[in-house]
Design a protein around this ligand. Sequence first.
Ligand code: MCN
Ligand code: CUM
Length: 798
Amino acid sequence: VESDDGGPDPETYCGHGRGGMGEEVKRKEDQRFITGRGNYVDDIKKPGMLHCELVRSPHAHARIENIDKSRALDVDGVVAVLTAEDLLEYDLATMPTLMADTQDVLVNDKVKFQSQEVAAVIATDRYTAKDGAQKVVVDYDVLDPVVDPYDALEDDAPLIRDDIEGQEDNHCLDWETGDREATDRVFDECEVTVKEDMLYQRLHPAPIETCGAVGDYDPGKDKLTVHMTSQAPHIHRTLFAQVSGIPEHKIRIVSPDVGGGFGNKVPIYPGYVVAAAASYVLERPVKWMEERSENIQSTGFARDYHMTGELAATKEGKIRAVRTDVLANHGAYNAVAQPSNFPAGFFNIFTGSYDVETAYGSLTAAYTNTAPGGVAYRCSFRVTEAVYLIERMVKVLADELDMDPAEIRRKNFIQPEQFPYESPTGWNYDSGDYEGALDLALEMADYDHYREEQQRRIDEDADKLLGIGISSFTEIVGAGPGKTCDIAGVEMFDSADIRVHPTGKATVRVGVQTQGQGHETTFAQIVAEELGMNVDDIVVEHGDTDTDPYGLGTYGSRSTPVAGAAAAVAARKVREKAKSIAANELEAAEEDVTWDRQSGEFHVAGAPERSIGITEIAAGAYMNHPSSEEPGLEAVDYYDPPEMTYPFGSYIVVVEVDRETGEVAFEKFVAVDDCGNRINPMVIEGQIHGGLAQGIGTAMLEQVTFDDNGNVTGGDFMNYLLPTSMEIPEFETGYTVTPSPHHPIGAKGVGESPTVGSPPAIVNAVVDAMKHGGITHVEMPMTPDVVWEKLDEAGLAI
Ligand code: MCN
Ligand code: CUM
């Protein structure tokens, strides 16, 4: 359903004072969050509810020889101890991962990573469950672990996946994209080539709320209700039905308030299955709630990409080809949370914002004795890695050619008139104006001034060096289309269901799931805009498979591109019917009635005083419906996007590097984003701030590390360093608006852009400060010791 008054033209959405598109509506949900009235999984208490604690392996690689439950069962209050043997009886000992691998729910034979789930103790309260868990005696035959993916692929590496038939080594998968021959040819003939190895380190998504579930099987209704921390309740229900054999209509998944997801809550974890299974077996509600260190050690991690990047260019700085090779650490199972057909996610967008002739990428993934994962933490399905690769490499090339990194980008940008643009790896970019965003960022950053200041400090041999880093990234968000993107076979569409009630208020239900992004506000704004309603008259619901239309969930910044589109289209369907009712109420022919976006009312052409708004129309729909229409006023839309959306931006970071200590301080941090038409600028600003903070954490502090035994070194926030307000500088944000031509309201996603775009800008800045010493790369996280080593290597340390 097209808009009848101009479509995604940004001028159309200028704000009409009712809380529609483009207005800074305060987040409706914040009232309950900031007054402690949120309702999270751990807030759920049910009569007779039991508590579950998991017994986790202290070893990364070990065969289980025996599990003795007896001492645990002796603990007063312990109701049951479950092991794989018990689950086998119900055919629940294993579960499929999102990439069709098979993961143990409770370890049957061999532990494959430290903290893997071995047994579950169910007791009357959490403390008793914990006491019981400590009394489960597990005999392990400890095996040699391997945690490094390079080591894992050595001939003499211990075999991790002996459960897979025919598997003889730790090789997980190979993947390639682009044109190898053409790319090699360009590299052979090109005047300039550059090459750099870089690690995008393993990160932890760190939501405030850890994962948890309350399983509640009702034998009277023969229905299983699972409250769980889920970014994708509907697909989780489908998977639950497939695994458990319980029919799908007898399962209800409820994802109540979710305290941050960041991709952590896309996969299914054994704890969810155990809580549900235990409630089924014991016929009592069972709660499982993870502790912080369990979350850090076992949850779906992010990145762990060992990349080699290469560019081939002319002496003038025109990039002709990009080549990359990656070794990915997938952990003990292939359990990456991404569309089924994309084994490397959307990494193949690694040519970024640049118009290059040809490109080739290859990747190998390895199993290691580490927790599974790879796609999480605001990553847009590995676009983080792709953007890091290309934006780092452009800087490497600029330094090799002694060119200004802004200038070299300008030389290579895809130009506005080239859209829709097909990339050498087959992606179809919808729209962009990369130079516009860069120009604005340069101006905001006072770029020329800082370049002069940088040189002055070098000339004067100052103690603190200045570095300026740029990143001009392009993202790809909004999966589907369903024909190419699916999760476990289900096409990646999304949905919205709008019901306007007799008094003119509306309930909107969507198939996506907010974890803090503000959907209760922004989806209401879309509907308010398209129906001429006031945003306060609309309530948005989500996260209940019994009441919401089926959708694929929130991740990959897809909510606005897909469910946002569904909300707009459903609203336009309602508007179609509203028009017929309006004509009836106004006693005019339908052709003579038009809708006015400014007033939000229908009126008779040529007689603007004869107008009618949604309240009267709703009354008409229920109390005086025209004979040509059914009573009621509602519509549902299932939206399969024709393409993804390609938000973009330019970030500029100025840092000061202390030659004495290696400490890095932020002087300036400019972020210009373009997410097409903006629904709520304040929500976007919040998304950008949060994501930039995470980008700073990535670049400066965060990394999951392992010791030689495969233990996560420091599974807590004393050791896994997250940025606090002390480490976060003042951000200066700006924006441009380049609508998506195929999205009903011209919007693109934005939730991940800042995390995707900022790490390379920060690393580029730190490298830039030392480039006169010959430094071409600094690995993340750039802690003072790492930076000092580089200063020392460059002869710049004092
Ligand atoms: N928005 C807007 N105008 C646009 C685009 C978006 O006003 N043109 C608004 C949206 O209406 C929505 C928010 O910005 O309220 C983010 O929208 P979108 O880009 O569609 O992303 P999603 O809603 O699908 O959120 C997912 C994305 C991802 S994948 C991660 S990871 C992440 C992120 O959002 N996790 C978050 N931001 C997070 N923010 C919080 N607080 N908590 C998380 O767990
Ligand atoms: Cu990759 S993290 Mo988000 O897509 O939920």
